[in-house]
Design a binder for this molecule. Structure first.
Ligand code: SF4
Length: 306
C-alpha cells in the first residue's frame, strides 16, 4: 500500500486522502489497516485500544499522544489536523467477529480512546464513534470510553444498552482560567460535569447493566485554593476519581511525554509548580476527606474497568 501523504504537510500530492476544513483543523480521511490494537502499558488490563480518529482537535498543551503523529511536522501542529478512519465500522465488525470466533463467550475489553478523543468536534459531523458503538453492541464488550466532551450525551440511548460500561470524563483542573490556558479548545469544566451527571442519572445500574462513571484528573493541573472545595464537591456524582501527576517530559520523538507548550505554561503557575508534590498531595487529601464514599485511585490502577 502506498505511504499516506497529508496535503499541507508534504509537497507530494495526497494519494488515498481527501482534505477539508472543520473549524481550524484540516480533516483527512484514510483507510485504516486495523482498528482494534493490542492494549499495553497504562491500559494493559484491556484487550484492545480503539481510536476512531488519528489526531485530536482539542490539541491540549500537555497531550502525550502527539508522539503518535504521522510525521514531525504534524506532531508540531498537533490539534490542527484529524484523520478520519473511513473504513472503521467495517474493520471493527470484522475484527469483533474474529475475536468472537476465537474466544466464544468471552467479550473483548476495549478502551476507547487512548490517543484521540472519540467525541472531538468532528464527531458531530462524522458520527463515526456513534456508528462504532452500534457495531459493538451485539458483541457486548467491556467498554471504557475516555473523553472530555459533553457530546457523549448524544449517544446515551445506545450506551444504555451496554452491559459493562465505564465512562471516564477528563477534568484535570477545577479552575476555569487554568483550563483555558492549558486546553483552550476543550469544553468548559461545568459542561463536562453536567454531561457526566446526566449519563450517571440516566444510564441504569442493575443486575444486567454495570454502568460506572469516573472523573479522571490526569494530569492534575493547578487549581486555585478558592476553587478546590466547590470543585471537589461537584465530583460526588461519580463512583471513581483518578488522579495523576504530569507525564514526564521525554526527549525522543516517539516517546509519550508532556508537550513543551505545557512545560512553558508551568512558569505562569509557579505558586503551584514550585511545590508540585505538596500541592498534589494536598489535593489528593482533600479528595479523600471531602468524598469518603468515592474510590480515589492513582495512575494506572485507576484506568481499569473494575
Ligand atoms: S483531548 Fe486527549 S487526545 Fe485530545 S489533545 Fe487533549 S489530551 Fe490529547
Amino acid at each position: 500500500m502506498a505511504k499516506s501523504q497529508y496535503e499541507g504537510y508534504t509537497c507530494q500530492a495526497p494519494t488515498i486522502l481527501v482534505r477539508e476544513e472543520f473549524g481550524a483543523a484540516k480533516i483527512y480521511a484514510s483507510q485504516a489497516q486495523s482498528l482494534l490494537n493490542k492494549a499495553t502499558g497504562f491500559i494493559g488490563s484491556y484487550d484492545f485500544t480503539l481510536n476512531p480518529y488519528r489526531g485530536c482537535q482539542y490539541g491540549c498543551s500537555y497531550c502525550y499522544a502527539t508522539a503518535f503523529s504521522p510525521n514531525p511536522q504534524m506532531r508540531q501542529d498537533w490539534g490542527n489536523w484529524v484523520i478520519v478512519k473511513q473504513n472503521a465500522a467495517e474493520l471493527l465488525a470484522k475484527e469483533l467477529a474474529a475475536w468472537d470466533k476465537k474466544h466464544p463467550g468471552i467479550p473483548a475489553r476495549i478502551y476507547m480512546s487512548s490517543v484521540t478523543d472519540p467525541y472531538q468536534p468532528i464527531e458531530f459531523k462524522e458520527e463515526l464513534t456513534k456508528t462504532l458503538l452500534q457495531v459493538m453492541l451485539p458483541y457486548q464488550p467491556t467498554l471504557v470510553i475516555q473523553t472530555r466532551s459533553p457530546m457523549i450525551v448524544r449517544d446515551m440511548e445506545i450506551l444504555k444498552n451496554f452491559r459493562r460500561l465505564r465512562v471516564n470524563m477528563s477534568i484535570p483542573t477545577g479552575s476555569e482560567s487554568v483550563r483555558k490556558d492549558f486546553e483552550p479548545r476543550s469544553p468548559s469544566i461545568a459542561a463536562r460535569i453536567r454531561a457526566i451527571g446526566k449519563l450517571k442519572y440516566n444510564i441504569p445500574f442493575n443486575e444486567e447493566h454495570e454502568a460506572k462513571f469516573s472523573i479522571t484528573i490526569t494530569p492534575l493541573l493547578p487549581t486555585f485554593p478558592a476553587d478546590q472545595i466547590k470543585f471537589i464537591s461537584k465530583l460526588a456524582i461519580v463512583d471513581r476519581i483518578v488522579i495523576q501527576d504530569f507525564h514526564p517530559t521525554g526527549k525522543g520523538l516517539l516517546t509519550a511525554s508532556t508537550r513543551p507548550e505545557a512545560e512553558a505554561l508551568k512558569n505562569k503557575y509557579l505558586w503551584w509548580y514550585d511545590n508540585e508534590t505538596e500541592k498534589y498531595q494536598q489535593f489528593k487529601a482533600n479528595l479523600i476527606s471531602q468524598l469518603p464514599d468515592i474510590e480515589i485511585m492513582e495512575g494506572k490502577a485507576g484506568f481499569g474497568y473494575d
